[in-house]
Ligand binder design. Structure first.
Ligand code: FMN
Length: 174
């Protein structure tokens, strides 16, 4: 590590990167859990692949490595309570995180959130363990498109919605 790069400065700078908020869900029945993640990234459309970065200390990590499948559920602005729950903020663990919402499964059996902006049902194509995290490449087995709605955003350590933005921030003259 370059000792002149202070991790606090890195975190401070990364807080300026705005992100959408997703829930990564793994397992089934009493053997399921999940986490809140902003690291959901599109990798390629042809073939359809995404990636997520998961802390290997998270409770979801061993289940993901075992099941080799997972759900990615994009949250809307009204689902902040779920984001808190899956970030462990209310103290719920494992299946208790799922109790306040309805879930379904499509191809892999991974739990998918009913009412998500969109959900991806994925199998693991590759896992790259690096430093504290694992980069997980997901092969999309099914896409579930929900109703159109404002996304839940996370920026500068706070949840936000597009309603927090000025009405016409990027108006171009002419
Ligand atoms: C807005 C937000 C985004 C997060 N993004 C990630 C992420 O991309 N990857 C990750 O591993 N943890 C992320 N976390 C932290 C996990 O949600 C949290 O550590 C985890 O759910 C708690 O771990 P546990 O399941 O062991 O209790 C994020 C948390 C919040 C609140």
């Amino acid at each position: 590590m370059n000792p002149s790069i202070d991790p606090t400065a890195f975190r401070q700078a990364m807080r300026r990167l705005a992100g959408g908020v997703g829930l990564i869900t793994v397992g089934s029945g009493d053997d399921r859990t999940g986490l809140t993640a902003t690291s959901v990234t599109s990798l390629s459309a042809e073939p359809p692949r995404l990636l997520v970065c998961i802390n290997r200390n998270a409770s979801a990590w061993p289940l993901l490595a075992e099941y080799r499948s997972f759900g990615v559920n994009l949250l809307d602005a009204g689902q902040q309570d779920l984001a808190d729950r899956f970030a462990g903020r209310g103290g719920e663990k494992g299946p208790a995180r799922f109790s306040s919402a309805r879930w379904k499964s499509l191809v892999t059996g991974a739990p998918l959130l009913e009412g998500a902006l969109a959900s991806f049902d994925c199998t693991v194509e590759e896992i790259i363990e690096r430093h504290s995290h694992a980069i997980v490449i997901g092969r999309i087995e099914a896409v579930d498109l929900g109703d159109w709605s404002d996304p839940l955003l996370y920026w500068s350590g706070v949840y936000r919605t597009t309603r927090d933005l000025p009405a016409e921030p990027f108006a171009v003259a002419g």
